[in-house]
Design a binder for this molecule. Structure first.
Ligand SMILES: [Zn+2]
Length: 92
């Protein structure tokens, strides 16, 4: 698979599969180029940061301090749980 030439399904550029490529089940001959993967990750991080900030802003002072002292992965887990429960709504 490494070295195989694919077409990016996002931007249309041709690229060769590198060592860190993750197969996401795209159609044969298609994939996601490293530039688009980086852009998607950055976008997801920004969206999660927005969700965490909105959640923190809705908490009481004491709970906000506790929430903000948590590690990022714990804040993300709580934000995702709040979205799954419909407490925090998500629109794109
Ligand atoms: Zn691309």
């Amino acid at each position: 698979m490494k070295g195989q030439l694919l077409v990016c399904g996002c931007c249309g550029v041709s690229f060769r599969i590198g060592d860190d490529y993750i197969d996401r089940g795209e159609d044969h001959g298609y994939g996601t180029c490293p530039s688009c993967v980086a852009e998607i990750k950055a976008g997801n991080t920004a969206l999660m940061t927005t969700a965490i900030d909105q959640l923190a802003a809705a908490l009481s002072d004491d709970r906000r301090a506790t929430f903000e002292a948590m590690p990022r992965h714990r804040q993300e887990f709580i934000a995702m749980h709040a979205m799954e429960q419909g407490i925090l709504q998500w629109t794109i």
